[in-house]
Design a protein around this ligand. Sequence first.
Ligand SMILES: [Fe+2]
Length: 191
Amino acid sequence: MGALVRFDADGHWLDTWVCDGLIGDELARAGLAWGRWPVRHFEGSDAEAVRTAYGEEIAALRERFEVRSADRVRLAPGHAGWPALRAQFLAEHTHSDAEIRFFLEGAGLFYLRSGEGYLGLLCEAGEWVALPAGTRHFFDAGAEPDFDALRLFADPQGWIAQPADDSSLPALPLFDDFVEHLLALTGHEAD
Ligand SMILES: [Fe+2]
């Protein structure tokens, strides 16, 4: 179950959406495209295997966002390079290209600025999101990352992160705290 949460400028948790239609509408208002595809099981650990399994869906995204290349990122708990990567992902940044991600397994949390506040978008398996070029954002996957995602790029060289001045960022809950709070709110137990 993915979720979208609105935070105010001070980082207070305001509204929570867990319904696909409402998440899509709210993100569209913020200028993001978002959707869900059926979760399919397939062999292969590279981007090509995903393109084969999700041919039609990815073709539609390719056309819509002029996607010209793709790669696949799989991070499992205990990944040795995660602390350094995590620090990089947590720094607020922009790209000159759209950031498009399709989650095959696991979950990840995007934060972006919206109006005076922030939106936190938890993406899970089957969900994709496209952040337009120039969107100030950062990403987290918790102390122990566990996700498999396809990254789609319009620029064949991939994207380069431009650091943003994040000195005004409030303390927003990172992945583990976000999920814990969300589960408490929605009455679910953690696995
Ligand atoms: Fe990014």
